[in-house]
Design a protein around this ligand. Structure first.
Ligand code: UDP
Length: 249
């Protein structure tokens, strides 16, 4: 269980060092009916992120006379994505976790999109988890950003949009404290044992969109928070490099 990586002692199940991301891959074009799509992998976690655009805006925007467009996200886990089968439907009951995650995805992407430049359109980002091994929301946000860039490139090429409304990329990564040690990009085994679990959404400029950090039957100090945020920035830079290659490829 204990392994030494570059001189550091680690007990990570997959042998990574504390500051090491899982392998990140963005595979575009997996769903051809979507305007753009990406299969994102953070190690064994895999999410399909697909973008569709509708020439309409939500009713509340019309009622309130809000100009520009809207961007929203939906998140779900496919029944076979988890260790034990997750029911496709839970009898019409609200899945609070899915609602929380899809709202986070929507906020993360809206923070980097000029909704005015979108015109009177709604962008839908569907994130469907194919395989869950921790960090499905962070993989979803990072994959959605790539899919959204590809979708906007297409709309500009088609002449539908005069310019790309996306100001910059955004990525997200999980960090946590496991057995007292700050770790980057937790897999499920680590996530389920974590004393602190944090999801950090960071823009290309290095600014935060959202920090979701909680002690799980435990607490954390300001110093530990600073350590976790430093890990998150290093992870975000690694994700960003792969995102850029996927967008420009
Ligand atoms: N998980 C699961 N079934 C569920 C919810 C979560 O198997 O209904 C697992 C899955 O591996 C997920 C992990 O628990 O990635 C951590 O879940 P969390 O709610 O912290 O969100 P995530 O880390 O995926 O963003």
């Amino acid at each position: 269980m204990y392994a030494s990586v570059r001189g550091m002692t680690t007990k990570r199940s997959d042998g990574r060092s504390a500051a090491e991301m899982r392998t990140i891959v963005f595979r575009p074009g997996v769903a051809e009916q979507a305007l753009a799509s990406v299969l994102v992998s953070f190690g064994r976690t895999q999410v399909i992120c697909a973008v569709s655009v509708e020439d309409d805006v939500p009713g509340w925007m019309k009622v309130q006379g809000v100009s520009g467009g809207w961007l929203t996200a939906e998140y779900s886990m496919l029944p076979y994505s988890t260790i034990t089968r997750k029911k496709r439907s839970n009898g019409g009951k609200v899945d609070g976790r899915a609602v929380e995650i899809q709202r986070l995805i929507g906020r993360s992407l809206r923070a980097v999109v000029d909704l005015e430049a979108l015109g009177a359109r709604t962008v839908w980002i569907d994130c469907d988890v194919l395989q869950a091994d921790g960090g499905t929301r962070t993989a979803s946000i990072s994959g959605a950003a790539v899919a959204l860039q590809l979708a906007f490139h297409r709309l500009v090429q088609q002449g539908t949009l005069a310019r790309n409304p996306m100001r910059q990329l955004v990525s997200a990564v999980s960090v946590g404290k496991v057995d007292g040690e700050p770790l980057l990009d937790l897999c499920y085994q680590e996530d389920s044992a974590a004393e602190v679990d944090m999801n950090v959404v960071i823009t290309e400029k290095g600014e935060y969109v959202e920090l979701q950090g909680s002690g799980e039957e435990a607490t954390f100090t300001s110093e530990e928070l600073a350590q976790m945020l430093a890990l998150a920035h290093s992870g975000a830079r690694q994700i960003l490099a792969v995102q850029r290659a996927a967008v420009n490829g």
